[in-house]
Design a protein around this ligand. Structure first.
Ligand code: PLP
Length: 377
């Protein structure tokens, strides 16, 4: 499947063929009890992360990311926490990008610290490099980042890891494998919150780790102990969502690029953060390593007092948390993902009170533009 296009892989890669009836879709295997000894020589059990429906997702997403193997979890945080727990022990050190997804940052400060894993933060390739110590085992980044859509040069981060013999990990949730394949840039591990674009319909919580077979074996062995697996019904729903990922991303990319341009020229808007805009600080990096710039953008209102007015007036765009679904969602990072950050620090990081994050859905562009126009007035 790896030589096929993305749409073909989305639809066909990993399917569990229904040999009995010739059905077009993978059957849903709901058993938690499987024959032992098993005819296939596998000891199958949902919490062993090896049921037929879990394996469908593993194969499909591995094919999309160009990885050898993958393991599917019950949430993005189950994937991220298990990956980190599989690779870090007391006395180890890890380097994280500043401004990671809030849940990941909280796992680091609440759980890793409790386990006496040491860590440092860096906000550029140079900053990550400076933070590396002899005990460093892992570098972990997000690109594009939330909510300013900053992009790091993935090949440079991968080279940094190789030079120091350190594992390099990227949360590829914002870009999706349609827009960016970090393994091809030399990164070692890709993680996703499949809750977002991969499922794409705001109705399944899931996560996935993609890497070499050796890394996945290690992560899956650890996952069995933490138990954060995805059940068969949710796997089937996620499989259905994944089939339209390439098609949806085309529209997400197109709508977001058009709205970024529209907002850039709107008198009520002071600033737009979208990696596809030539004025974005990381536009060149993004253009070199991404096939599309994604469906996420943020913008700053000239008058921060107008934020509530904007949110209340919108009729199509829904004020809500989360992202990556077919429906457009809007939120205010200073009140949501970054609300616990001290104000001074938050402003220094560029997350002002008037900053609004938009997860651009796949509605008709004209309707989204009209909705924003009337609400910004
Ligand atoms: C949502 C999200 C997560 C966490 O995923 P859950 O499925 O909510 O556990 C991790 N990383 C990023 C970038 C996210 O947006």
């Amino acid at each position: 499947m790896k030589d096929h296009g993305f749409s073909t892989r989305c639809i066909h890669a990993g399917t569990h063929h229904d040999e009995q009836n010739g059905g077009a879709c993978s059957p849903v295997f709901t058993s938690t009890a499987y024959a032992f000894p098993n005819p296939a020589g596998l000891n199958i059990y949902p919490r062993y992360f090896n049921t037929p429906n879990q394996r469908v997702i593993n194969r499909k997403v591995a094919a999309l990311e160009g990885g050898e193997a993958a393991v599917t979890f019950g949430s993005g945080m189950a994937a991220i926490s298990t990956l980190l727990m599989a690779h870090l022990k007391p006395g180890d050190h890890a380097v994280f990008q500043q401004g990671l997804y809030g849940g990941t940052a909280q796992f680091i400060t609440h759980e890793l610290s409790r386990l006496r894993v040491e860590y440092s933060w860096g906000d550029s390739v140079a900053g990550l490099a400076e933070a590396i110590r002899p005990a460093t085992k892992l570098i972990y980044i997000e690109s594009p980042s939330n909510p300013l859509l900053r992009c790091l040069d993935l090949a440079a981060v991968a080279a940094l890891g190789k030079r120091h013999g350190v594992l390099t990990v990227i949360d590829n949730t914002f870009a999706t494998p349609i827009n960016q394949n970090p393994l091809a840039q030399g990164m070692d591990v890709v993680v996703h919150s499949a809750t977002k674009y991969l499922n794409g319909h705001s109705d399944v919580n899931a996560g996935i780790v993609v890497a070499s077979a050796a890394i996945i074996t290690r992560v899956a062995a650890c996952a069995v102990n933490f138990g954060g697996m995805l059940d068969a019904h949710a796997c089937a729903q996620l499989e259905r969502g994944l089939k339209t990922l390439a098609l949806r991303m085309e529209r997400h990319n197109r709508n977001a690029a058009a709205l970024a341009d529209f907002l850039l020229n709107h008198p009520a808007v002071a600033r737009v953060n979208y990696p596809g805009l030539p004025g974005h600080p990381d536009h060149a990096v993004a253009a070199a390593q991404m096939r599309g710039f994604g469906g996420m953008l943020s913008f700053e209102l000239r008058d921060p007092e107008r934020v509530d007015h904007l949110l209340q007036r919108l009729r199509v765009v829904l004020p809500a948390l989360s992202l990556g679904g077919v429906e457009s969602l809007i939120c205010v990072p200073s009140r949501t993902s970054h609300r616990t950050m001290p104000r001074e620090e938050r402003l220094r990081a560029g997350i002002t009170d008037g900053l609004v994050r938009l997860s651009v859905g796949i509605e008709d562009l004209a309707d989204l533009q009209a909705d924003l126009t009337q609400a910004l007035t």
